[in-house]
Design a protein around this ligand. Structure first.
Ligand code: C2E
Ligand code: MG
Ligand code: MG
Length: 252
């Protein structure tokens, strides 16, 4: 925690960006911002390890504000080089989401960036979205009123109330990597992914699958009606200064 504090203070955290693409055509749609920490010895510490620490200590609020602003600056540069229809997805921790000034801060960051709010996406995990509190629903509505889009991350790993899900103002479901991973493992490997895609279609939501690594997974998900994709098959998380080149090589 001490090292994380120091890393944050001394600008040793950075953001990587993983492309999101149209599943069938592989056309770029945008990026997901993913936080990275390289420690003093030059080793990467995975976000799954340092984000829980940051959440316990409250440091995540400052870090989250910083990631949002960095990601919007990056998207702004991408737009300035002509890719004006690409979006940026940013992960929101439960601690950030619960903060009283969260909606206000998102509004401020978007206003400062000058970007169209519709191209900013907030990723909220299923467990946060499904905390059946009137507060959550009201906050999601307030965020939607800013014009941003909302994705439910890690979908399928939590406990969704379907009637509640139907009521929430969300745009996209992200099929958790574990279900994509199962595709190719025997005859029934794809059945959870298939159910999520069916559910998404019924609820008029866009479906994005994360963690696609093989052509087999891509083909099957495409046949099942999944719309969008993110995964090593298309691209790993990339450094901010390589996105222009990646777009140049991968668009049309
Ligand atoms: P997530 O939001 O579900 O992000 C997707 C994770 O899947 C990323 O891991 C990404 O690198 C990984 N991934 C994508 N495609 C593939 C693939 O084809 N194969 C494999 N094996 N992995 C793939 P990462 O960057 O380690 O992040 C892990 C988690 O940490 C994220 O899961 C998210 O929950 C959290 N996280 C990362 N950055 C932030 C942040 O800025 N704020 C918050 N609150 N959480 C973050
Ligand atoms: Mg995410
Ligand atoms: Mg996820």
């Amino acid at each position: 925690l001490h090292s994380l504090h120091a890393a944050f203070e001394h600008d040793r955290l950075f953001v990587a960006y993983q492309p999101q693409v149209d599943l069938t055509s592989a056309r770029p749609l945008g990026f997901e911002a993913l936080m990275r920490w390289r420690d003093d010895k030059g080793e990467f510490i995975p976000p799954d390890r340092f984000i829980p620490l940051a959440e316990q200590s409250g440091l995540i609020n400052g870090m989250g504000r910083w990631v949002l602003r960095s990601a919007l600056r990056t998207l702004r540069r991408i737009h300035e080089s002509g890719w004006t229809d690409l979006r940026m997805a940013v992960n929101v921790s439960v601690v950030q989401f619960q903060a009283d000034d969260f909606v206000e801060d998102v509004a401020l960051a978007i206003a400062e960036s000058g970007l169209p709010p519709a191209l900013v996406e907030l990723e909220i995990t299923e467990s946060v979205a499904m905390t059946n509190a009137t507060d959550v629903e009201a906050k999601l509505h307030a965020l939607k009123a800013l014009g941003v889009t909302i994705a439910i991350d890690d979908f399928g790993t939590g406990f969704s109330s379907l009637s509640y899900l139907d009521r929430l103002p969300i745009d996209r479901l992200k099929i958790d990597r574990s279900f994509v991973n199962n595709i190719g493992n025997g005859a029934d490997g794809a059945r959870i992914a298939e159910m999520i895609i069916g559910l998404g279609h019924k609820l008029d939501l866009t479906i994005i699958a994360e963690g696609i690594e093989s052509e087999e997974q891509r083909t099957l998900l495409s046949e099942l009606g999944c719309h969008e994709a993110q995964g090593f098959l298309f691209a790993k998380p990339l450094a901010a200064d390589t996105l222009g080149q990646w777009l140049h090589d991968n668009a049309d």
